[in-house]
Ligand binder design. Structure first.
Ligand code: CP
Length: 321
């Protein structure tokens, strides 16, 4: 693994999940690996879990960590090539990324989509330029289209909690929201679950109202439906998440009543465990009765962000040394 921006950067997802769970049992065994190595975390958007779990993961590995809130503390960055910088941007990403690469052995980057132009967001122009110019391995802390550290933690949580004999049925279920949210988390979850399904680890279903279908590049092999009751029938895991429309890009489309998961909907499942990446809006996106109930895995899932990040950083450090 030379970078971590999607499931495609991982040779063996099953082994990476095992590595994360091994680190959970023995967090400080690799403290020499990160000695005299520096991780830089660059945020263009807010974060709680990604910021703290990745910092803690690096500390567990003996690394030093620097955090840059680029949106608040950095110069306004230009990404276009060939422009005269006589507007509001102060520094070009060519220099900014290259300079950060001078100070850090590994860099993490969070850069959300603008949800205005689908082409611009799905080209991952900013992310790819940062990778191109920084000259060191990059970990995605969530890009315009993917959130792989979250998805790895999600797979770790499913592996850790599944005690059944047969493969679990995992359902990604769209949920309501008042704001237009990116598709990065569901795209990435779908991509990782499709890969896990290919490797016979689980069965994967996606359910969303008409108009909210994700890009096909991320959902190959998934069972896709608009029928929530059918999707939830016999489910072992429900991954609740809102996203805005991909087809009518970045829009909130009308949807029928009844998409917020509650205890009534859980009755049709196989006592499904409920997951969400957080932050979550209570009683809008997911009911309090489910969040506070025995089926919720959201805190364990957030805890596993640490071990996912540590497994990824360990893999990158091993390539450096
Ligand atoms: N799930 C997640 O990425 O949380 P933060 O946005 O708080 O980092």
């Amino acid at each position: 693994m030379n970078q971590f921006t999607s499931v495609n950067d991982v040779e063996d997802i099953s082994q990476l999940v095992k590595d994360a769970l091994a680190l959970k049992s023995n967090p400080y065994a690799d403290q020499q690996l990160g000695k005299n190595k520096t991780l830089g975390l660059v945020f263009l958007n807010p974060s709680l879990r990604t910021r703290l779990s990745t910092q803690k993961a690096a500390i567990n590995l003996g690394m030093s960590v620097m955090v840059m809130n680029m949106d608040k503390e950095g110069w306004a960055l230009e990404t276009e090539d060939g422009v005269v910088m006589n507007g509001s941007t102060v520094e070009h990403i060519r220099e900014a990324a290259a300079v950060m690469g001078q100070y850090c052995d590994i860099l993490g980057l969070r850069s959300f989509p603008k949800l205005v132009s689908r082409e611009e967001d799905y080209n991952e122009d900013f992310f790819n330029k940062f990778i191109q110019y920084c000259g060191v391995p990059v970990v995605s802390l969530e890009s315009a289209t993917r959130h792989p550290l979250q998805s790895l933690a999600d797979l770790v949580t499913i592996r850790e909690t599944w005690k059944g004999e047969a493969k679990p049925k995992v359902v990604l279920a769209w949920a309501p929201h008042i704001k237009a949210l990116p598709q990065a988390v569901p795209n990435s979850f779908a991509e990782w679950m499709c890969k896990a399904q290919q490797e016979d680890m689980l069965d994967f279903t996606i359910v969303q109202p008409a108009g909210y279908e994700l890009a096909e590049d991320f959902t190959s092999g998934a069972h896709i439906t608009h029928n929530l009751q059918e999707a939830l029938e016999g489910a072992d895991y429900i991954y609740v998440k809102n996203w805005s429309s991909y087809k009518e890009y970045g829009k909130i489309l009308p949807y029928p009543e009844g998409w917020m998961l509650n205890n009534e909907l859980l009755k049709g499942t196989n006592q499904a465990r409920v997951m969400h990446c957080l932050p979550v809006r209570r009683d809008l996106e997911l009911s309090s009765e489910v969040l506070d109930g025995p089926n919720s895995l959201v805190i364990q899932e957030a805890g596993n962000r640490l071990w996912a990040a540590q497994a990824v950083l360990k893999g990158l450090l091993q390539k450096l040394s």
